[in-house]
Design a protein around this ligand. Structure first.
Ligand SMILES: [Zn+2]
Length: 320
């Protein structure tokens, strides 16, 4: 029997966890987060010094690999962070805060905090360019997620019990053989969707959609074709939207089965999580370890601005 991935040193030993993260975030040299100078720092190895502490010779300030990342100000062990990132990245339908809490032996609050910050790391760069281009096929579609609130966490029982969570509209684009991008839109209308398509899809792409007015409008600036689901048509040669519908199926199974519905305030973060896993899927040659390493590269420059368990209670609807 093969050994568990979790027997690796960086999941068990704090110094190994720091070394693992440093090797990836400082691949091109150790950069000082205060002044930006690369390769002019040394480890502070005194007995009283924290693991992973360095001093910059240029600006004289101390730093660790956590500065300027989602790990900053966190007291959770880095080996637990790495284990949580691996679990989130390797669970196709996501992993709930209660499961992280039980599996890692951390508090539920910490588990919730980890989950939300890891979702932030899985969020693509806002400046990433449009996808597709000449010869590419993009499928677009809309769906609604959420709905009746079953099995809500015990913290939420009482006042909100049994209350329906309204379904939230989601619009998504997938490049066949490539990435998916999904957006929580306030209202589904042609103009809203067209604005997303114009920004996210490169000219020259061919777009497939269904027959709805809104998606047709969204693709109107592009070469496009559509299937008429209403007339019982689902596939016409290469014209189909099964790829994006497959993504929606995974998303819904995760939101209903793992997260038991998500609040609208956090929906985009969950969409980012599911999009990240899909875009970095094994079908395109990215296995669990590499997927987790890719998420790890996303920890830089991501700080959350909403209330966290340290400075306030997490939103009630978020502890699910
Ligand atoms: Zn410096």
């Amino acid at each position: 029997m093969s050994r568990s991935i979790f027997s690796a040193p960086h999941f068990n030993d704090e110094a190994a966890a720091y070394a693992y993260i440093e090797a990836r975030l400082w691949k091109d040299g150790r950069s000082c987060p205060h002044c930006g100078v690369v390769g002019q720092s040394g480890a502070l190895k005194g007995k009283t010094n924290r693991i992973g502490l360095y001093k910059c010779y240029a600006c004289r300030k101390p730093f660790t690999v956590k500065v300027g990342t989602i790990f900053e100000d966190s007291h959770i062990a880095m080996r637990d962070w790495l284990a949580a990132i691996h679990l989130v990245c390797s669970s196709k339908k996501g992993i709930s805060a209660t499961q992280l809490h039980r599996t890692l032996g951390i508090t539920l609050k910490s588990a919730w905090f980890l989950g939300m910050r890891i979702r932030e790391a899985m969020t693509g760069d806002a400046n990433q360019g449009p996808m597709g281009g000449d010869g590419s096929t993009i499928e677009i579609d809309e769906t609604y997620v959420g709905g009746k609130a079953h099995n809500r966490h015990q913290h939420q029982r009482g006042r909100g019990r049994g209350r329906d969570i309204p379904k939230a509209p989601v619009f998504a684009l997938v490049e066949r053989g490539g990435d998916v991008r999904a957006y929580h839109v306030p209202t589904v209308n042609g103009a809203n969707l067209a604005a997303i398509v114009d920004k996210q899809v490169a000219r020259g792409s061919l777009i497939y959609s269904d027959e709805s007015h809104t998606t047709r409008h969204a693709a109107s600036a592009f070469r496009s074709e559509r299937v008429n689901h209403k007339d019982g048509e689902y596939v016409r040669g290469p014209v189909y939207t099964n790829t994006i519908e497959g993504f929606f199926a995974i998303l819904k199974r995760g939101v209903v089965g793992t997260y038991h519905s998500v609040s609208e305030a956090h929906l985009q973060r969950y969409l980012n999580e599911f999009s990240f896993r899909y875009s970095n899927r094994s079908a395109v040659g990215i296995e669990d370890i590499e997927r987790a390493d890719r998420a790890l590269l996303g920890v830089k420059g991501k700080r959350l601005t909403y209330a966290t368990p340290r400075n306030g209670r997490p939103g009630a609807a978020s502890l699910i």
